[in-house]
Design a protein around this ligand. Structure first.
Ligand SMILES: Nc1nc2c(ncn2[C@@H]2O[C@H](COP(=O)(O)OP(=O)(O)OP(=O)(O)O)[C@@H](O)[C@H]2O)c(=O)[nH]1
Length: 336
């Protein structure tokens, strides 16, 4: 009996090595018209925790694995995917991810600056929150700069969350970032988080910060249910959160947006980022670069046309200095 295309699944696609290696011989792919949309909220060891029927009474987490037909494409937290198989969400139920929807943004990193192999760590987020302590530990501007570069490269809006204001004032650090126009919020032990909540409202925000800056404290205050969500993930993966390098998406109370905690992301390898990716975030200077700079200008040499652009009053010196600081931060590690 003839089968309808929608009855096929990835096991029906015969994958045989072709003449040029392991490319599938056939281009016929099952359509999976009955697949269900889901959001990937955690990833660990080949298991994906997905939320289906989000926002309805039937909302439930479903554990899934990737279907073979996805090939080498990685699935990351924040991805919108299509699922087939057992979607009951029961303890032993396992669904299959058959499709990854096009991403609106991709936060990437390279393993380190000399290794150009890049990987996506979070998809579809629109804001990158750089969590930095004002003291204990001391702020690390170079790491903040590198995280900003990653945000601009990903097309995400940056936000500075400056914690521990009860230990040191924010003025010096805020002044350093003023020319970049990066919005900031200041928090302190036991303080009110209304302003931060305002920035997170209705958005998908990734939180990045190195150990000890108070990121877990913020996450737990923003999402009172966070520990329970973490223990659910641990039950699926059998591992503790901090041994995992995967991000974790948590919904804010009252469906006020999502935060994505990134316990394993403590630095950014930026080998994949070009000067164009960075300067694109500086409209006033990008225009000058297009008009005045020689091809392949890295904007750090004497022949860079941006100095003349600033001298003619099209942008401020502080903006150009800040851009150059970020361009230099692309190179070398997080320290120094
Ligand atoms: N004084 C002060 N201490 C804070 C504040 N926020 C967090 N802390 C303390 O700073 C320490 C580190 O906080 P965490 O929330 O665990 O920091 P983290 O960034 O999640 O660090 P890791 O768990 O190592 O990734 C804890 O002892 C917190 O109690 C703050 O606003 N003021």
């Amino acid at each position: 009996m003839a089968r309808r295309t929608s009855d096929y699944d990835e096991d029906d696609v015969r994958v045989r090595p072709g003449r040029r290696g392991s490319r599938p011989r056939t281009r016929i792919r099952p359509a999976h018209e009955d697949a269900v949309a889901a959001l990937v909220t955690a990833v660990d060891r080949g298991r994906y925790r997905c939320l289906v029927d989000a926002g309805t009474d039937d909302e439930r987490p479903v554990t899934a694995m990737r279907a073979r037909e996805l090939g080498r494409k990685s699935v990351v937290v924040g991805d919108r995917v299509a699922l087939v198989g057992d979607l009951s969400g029961g303890p032993d139920a396992l669904a299959r991810i058959v499709r990854i929807e096009p991403r609106t943004s991709a936060l990437r990193r390279t393993a380190d600056d000399t290794d150009p192999f890049e990987r996506v760590i979070v998809a579809n987020a629109d804001q990158l929150v750089v969590v930095a302590a004002l003291a204990d530990p001391e702020p690390r501007p170079r790491l903040i700069d590198r995280t900003l570069v990653a945000a601009y490269d990903a097309g995400m809006d940056p936000l500075l969350a400056l914690t521990k204001a009860d230990l040191a004032g924010p003025d010096a650090l805020v002044a350093e970032y003023a020319p970049l126009g990066v919005p900031f919020v200041v928090t302190e032990r036991g303080g009110d988080l209304a302003e931060l909540r305002g920035h997170l409202s209705g958005r998908v925000s990734v939180l990045v910060g190195h150990s000890g800056v108070g990121k877990s404290t913020l996450v737990n205050a923003l999402v009172p249910d966070a520990e329970r969500a973490v223990s659910h993930v641990n039950a699926v993966t059998g591992r503790g959160r901090h041994t995992s390098s995967s991000a974790l998406a948590l919904e804010l109370p009252d469906r006020a947006g999502w935060i994505i905690d990134t316990p394993g992301v403590r630095s950014f390898g930026l080998a994949h980022v070009t000067p164009e990716n960075v300067i694109g975030a500086f409209e006033d200077l990008a225009e000058g670069a297009a008009e005045r700079c020689p091809p392949q200008c890295d904007h750090l040499q004497d022949d860079c046309g941006l100095d003349g652009w600033v001298a003619d009053g099209h942008a401020t010196r502080a903006r150009l200095d800040s851009l150059r600081r970020l361009l230099r931060a692309r190179e070398g590690g997080d320290e120094a």
